[in-house]
Design a protein around this ligand. Structure first.
Ligand code: BGC
Length: 813
């Protein structure tokens, strides 16, 4: 069952019923001010950091679900309704929610009154704009009471929901006409406040939640709205809110448009005040003045649209597959940008107070957005590298505001350092900018011990070599990519963190997954060493890679597939010998991508085993058989009920690894099958089962062992976004950046007979046409560059073509 449709022309997903299985959300903002907005107007805003600088309050896991947001109430006679349906849930005569690139629009109507609400965060300003239009479609005059409503958060979202003995005393506001200011803690240690304003005169306002809602009131029937009168209240402690009351008279056919602005403002320490206890409003007024008319707001929305147009024009596909085109051209890349902005901090499943930026997560996210924002990607790489330790290890997480490593989570996740090589290689391949390697970068943010970035990579590579176990395979430490496989943890007490409990390393537990990473990204390291003329180091690295391949073949092969690990007792994990958890997906994907044992047929065999043992109709599960008991020696993975999360869930993140690996061995049909099975647009028809948004990936889909097989959770903030875009653009469509040019190497299903890609690569526009007349899965028989046949499948970068178009024709066969 569908709950909407894709509007490809406008690059929107249009939701046609407010009663989606779960809230289907969008993200507003691409710089410093961000809002989450659901299809019923739920959500919240924050400035830069969802934990420390939250502007509006949201209650996770509340009843009803998704019950706080930026709301508008329309009181038309006795009927009270909201353009986004919530929170009154009044039955609407019509309803649409259009989630677009950086904006969401709600179009609804009730009793002959049509409302259109467009919410977006403009470029270059720290605010959210809400444009609300109302049209009287009846033949009689309508007198409307309109109320806006936001609930302010006392900035630190964690403290806001725990420290009531203090918080019920500290709220302070100021009201000036149609401007409501939230200035809690501004008198003391903060230099920032929030403003919520409307560009018209108000007939009342409220800033005290109880006054607005009424005693024991709720936001589905606020006292002020029901009575048609604001309380003109001033919050003194308790819960500060912002609500404007406007009385509107609409003639038949008349349309009224209002601009509401919710903004974040900072003042210099010596410019905080303009009078006794009166905040300096000047910067707020300047901000409001930029957007406070319909023309100005519309102009800002246009600027935002062209920003996205330009961004997404860097990779555009035209094929015969609508679903593929829309995912590649719009939604995959859009989701990659959201992971760039949010990492794993704020979604409807991530509370914004939990995790900082993950080292491995951020490095992988970068693979998906480096082609869109290479400069910011470089900055991100340098920020991440600055949290590395001198021994090459790394803090597992860092805080976005301070950019410092997070000591509570610590280090010892032994895959982390290798992801830095992956990110660096991706950046250099995209840009050709080898100067990254010469940047001076500190360790643990200490500039006294800074080295060039190349040395960071050396330490990353050697970190694995310095941490080898009894089989000469990499020690796993706290965990590798699979955060829940905790082989050195042995946690028995409830509440202990599986990730940080116990020693950060053990001398025995080894990871075949890290071995696969080492081989794959080690080869990139060798390339970079050679580029820098570090011949000896390159030779050393090549030997280490050969040794690692040998160790995997000798000790990491189980007969039909790659083993997952050796535990702290030296026992096999992910082996046919195990009772549960005999085969895991991660080493099959990564060792095959790294081409370990390819000649001996191990890659084929392992991928066949994936198909045979791990495939389901909704995607590939992480392992089989699922764990039914808690295994002390394996940790969190066995704490989940079977079929959920890492315990045999369909963890979408590693499905693309298998798909890429399939392209490495040339099986385009299978790569395609793996891609489409978890791809949101291909699941739109089963939205009642899948439940999360049909335009973006979720972290996990319940596996076949779960009672809710096919139901997904944790949408938006997942490394799946980046890996999927890498998979489909670079390996299935085969347009792959390399150090010295652009590789054309598609691996597609035979049914795809032709496609066209426009790719902006190092400021050259490549217009690429691929023909597949014989319906093969892989192989180019002719490649023409501007009419000339070339023998390689890499189009060498030619600086004289910068700013121009290069025409490529590739014939498969
Ligand atoms: C984490 C990743 C981890 C994955 C698998 C995600 O929630 O953000 O760092 O690799 O789970 O455990």
């Amino acid at each position: 069952m569908k709950f909407g449709y894709f509007d490809d022309e406008r690059k929107e997903y249009v939701i046609t019923s407010p009663r989606t299985p779960l809230p289907w959300i969008n993200y507003l903002g691409c710089e410093s001010f961000f809002s989450l907005v659901s299809n019923t107007c739920g959500g919240y805003s924050f400035y830069k950091d969802a934990k420390l600088l939250r502007l509006t309050r949201y209650r996770y896991n509340n009843v009803p679900f998704d019950s706080n947001g930026h709301y508008y109430y329309i009181k038309d006679g006795d009927t009270i309704w909201n353009p986004g349906w919530m929170p009154c849930k009044t039955e609407l005569d019509s309803y649409l929610c259009r989630h677009g690139l950086g904006y969401s629009t709600f179009e609804s109507s009730k009793n002959g009154l049509a409302a259109t609400l467009t919410a977006f965060v403009p470029l270059g300003a720290a605010c959210e704009i809400n444009k609300l239009s109302m049209t009287n479609e009846t033949s009689s005059v309508k007198s409307i009471d309109l109320f806006s409503y936001v609930e302010f958060c006392l900035w630190n979202a964690m403290d806001d929901m725990t420290n009531y003995q203090r918080n019920f005393n500290i709220a302070e506001v100021e009201v000036h006409g149609s401007e409501i200011y939230h200035k809690t803690e501004y008198r003391e240690r903060r230099n920032h406040y929030a403003v919520f304003a409307v560009n018209d005169a108000v007939s009342g306002f409220d800033t005290d939640r109880d006054a607005f809602l009424g005693p024991y009131g709720e936001n589905s029937a606020p006292k002020a709205v029901c009575s048609g009168e604001s309380g003109n209240s001033t919050a003194h402690g308790w819960a500060p809110v912002g609500s404007h009351h406007l009385k509107l008279k609409l003639e038949p056919g008349e349309k009224k448009e209002l601009i509401f602005i919710l903004g974040y403002v900072e003042n210099e320490q010596n410019q905080k005040w303009s009078g006794l206890n009166e905040i300096n409003r000047a910067p707020a007024l300047a901000m409001l003045n930029r957007f406070n008319s319909v023309e100005k707001a519309d102009f800002a929305l246009k600027e935002l649209s062209s920003h996205w147009e330009t961004l997404l024009s860097r990779f555009t596909l035209h094929s015969t597959e609508d679903k593929l085109d829309r995912m590649v051209n719009v939604w995959h890349q859009y989701q990659c940008m959201v992971t760039f902005n949010m990492s794993r901090s704020a979604s409807y499943f991530e509370s914004g107070i939990g995790r900082g930026m993950g080292f491995r997560d951020s490095c992988q996210d970068l693979l998906g957005f480096v082609h869109l924002i290479p400069d910011r990607a470089k900055e991100r790489i340098l920020d991440i590298a600055a949290t590395q330790f001198q021994n090459g290890g790394a803090y597992h997480q860092y805080q976005p505001l301070t950019k410092r490593g997070n000591a509570e989570v610590g280090n010892g996740f032994n895959d982390d350092p290798l992801w830095l090589i992956a990110a660096a290689a991706a950046y250099i391949k995209e840009t050709g900018d080898f100067s990254l390697l010469d940047e001076q970068v500190p360790y643990d943010n200490n500039m006294d011990v800074a080295t060039d970035f190349m040395e960071h990579l050396r330490r990353s590579f050697h970190y694995t070599l310095d941490h080898l176990g009894p089989h000469a395979l990499p020690l796993i430490g706290r965990a590798d990519w699979n955060d829940c496989l905790n082989l050195n943890c042995f946690s028995k007490e409830p509440g202990e963190s599986f990730q940080t409990y116990g020693p950060s390393k053990g001398p025995v537990a080894e990871s075949i997954f890290i071995a696969g990473m080492f081989v794959r990204y080690g080869k990139e390291y060798v390339h970079l060493c050679k580029h820098k003329g570090l011949t000896e180091e390159a030779a050393l690295a090549e030997n280490a890679i050969t040794d690692m391949e040998k160790a995997v073949i000798d000790y990491g092969w189980d007969g039909e597939w790659f083993l997952r690990a050796y535990d702290a007792h030296g026992q096999k994990v992910g082996s046919n010998e195990c009772e549960e958890g005999k085969i895991y997906i991660e080493p099959q994907g990564f060792c095959a991508m790294a081409e370990i044992g390819k000649e001996q047929g191990l890659c084929h065999k392992s991928l066949d085993a994936v198909k045979q043992y791990l495939d389901t109709k909704y995607g590939i599960v992480l392992l089989q058989p699922c764990y039914t008991k808690y295994h002390l020696e394996l940790g969190e993975i066995t704490s989940y009920p079977g079929g959920y999360k890492e315990n045999a869930g369909i963890f979408c993140h590693n499905n693309p690894w298998v798909s890429i690996a399939e392209t490495v061995i040339g099986r385009g049909n299978r790569a395609w099958q793996v891609y489409t099975r978890t791809c949101p647009a291909y699941l739109e028809e089963i939205s009642e089962i899948h439940r999360t948004e049909p335009y973006v990936y979720s972290q996990m889909i319940a596996g076949k062992d779960a009672p809710t097989f096919g139901e997904s959770k944790n949408s938006w903030l997942t490394g799946t976004a980046a890996w999927t875009f890498v998979n489909v653009s670079q390996f299935i469509l085969g347009i792959r950046p390399d150090y010295h040019g652009l590789i054309i190497d598609p691996c597609i299903p035979p049914t795809l007979q032709a496609f066209q890609v426009d790719r902006i690569f190092r400021n050259i526009h490549y217009h690429i046409q691929v023909h597949n007349p014989d319906g093969v899965e892989k192989g180019i028989i002719q490649l023409m560059v501007d009419g000339k046949v070339i023998s390689e499948n890499t189009i060498p970068y030619d600086p004289s073509m910068v700013g121009k178009t290069v025409n490529i024709t590739a014939v498969m066969g």
